[in-house]
Design a protein around this ligand. Structure first.
Ligand SMILES: [Fe+2]
Ligand SMILES: [Fe+2]
Length: 275
């Protein structure tokens, strides 16, 4: 099982720059092209929110047109920059996988190669921060209770932990404690994967590996000063790749640009290349 998490493309209409600097539609187009050439080929892609920058129908249409070029199936979750209603309208004919609960926002689950994949809508209308609330947590609890005890990977946009970047931590998931109170009851939860911060970050909460994905376009500056100004860098675009070996669920950071290589370590006789 090879599952790519692509998070926070923040697509604007083609030719329009996000923050007067980043042509995010072009970045997503290059990301899609890179994923289509990835070896091993991913089985599916989860787009974990902030597909758009301003949540408009035109931006969502652009995002979908670019994502439709993926060579493998993909699924979407909303982020705080998206309008879930606009997302549902744009993807109405696309179909979401497995069991879907749209009265809770956009929540879904499906099985992929021996791994259960669960998506939770963590958005709060009109707010930048995230919150799951009792109804979604009850759905998660029931979903995990009803499913086979196979390794389970959970996606949501807002991270349930503080990253040390103050202006982002003010808008993370507000009810992370309640989320992990549910997850503690289900020993088959293997990983919680988030977006929102545009940086590759890993931690462990209640014994469960928990991560944030890097972004395919701009990265939030790593600035932990209490008065840090919200800023971004154009760091190497990247995604997270979840890879199940059958005995372990691994997480790789995969960079998306063209880099020199691959170069061999050994010559034709198996000797280490050296001079
Ligand atoms: Fe974002
Ligand atoms: Fe976000």
């Amino acid at each position: 099982m090879k599952l790519v998490q692509l998070s926070d493309p923040h697509v604007r209409e083609p030719g329009v720059l996000a923050y007067e600097r980043v042509e995010t539609a072009a970045y997503l187009e290059r990301a899609v092209n890179a994923l289509n050439q990835l070896v091993p080929r991913p089985d599916a892609v989860v787009v974990s929110g902030d597909l758009t920058d301003f949540g408009t129908p035109a931006e969502m249409r652009t995002a979908r047109q670019l994502l439709d070029r993926l060579a493998c199936p993909y699924v979407v979750l909303p982020g705080n920059h998206d309008d879930p209603a606009v997302m549902l309208a744009e993807f109405a004919d696309y179909g979401l996988p497995g069991e879907v609960s749209l009265d809770l926002g956009i929540c879904w689950r499906f099985d992929l190669g021996g791994v259960q994949v669960v998506g939770l809508d963590s958005t709060v209308p009109g707010e930048a921060h995230g919150n799951l609330g009792k109804a979604r947590l009850d759905w998660l609890d029931a979903t995990l209770s009803a499913s086979a005890a196979i390794p389970t990977l959970i996606f949501l946009h807002h991270p349930p932990f503080a990253t040390g970047i103050p202006h982002m931590d003010r808008q993370n998931l507000r009810d992370g404690d309640q989320l992990y109170a549910v997850l503690r009851r289900h020993s088959h939860v293997s990983h919680v994967a988030c977006g929102h911060v545009h940086r590759a970050i890993e931690t462990c909460i209640a014994g469960i590996p928990t991560s944030i994905a890097p972004a395919p376009a701009h990265a939030v500056a790593l600035d932990t000063r209490s008065d840090a100004t919200p800023q971004f860098y154009l760091e190497p675009p990247a995604v997270r790749l979840f890879y199940s070996t059958g005995t372990a669920l691994l997480s790789h950071v995969v960079f998306l640009e063209n880099y020199a290589g691959p170069y061999p370590f050994f010559d034709a006789e198996g000797r280490t290349l050296s001079r």
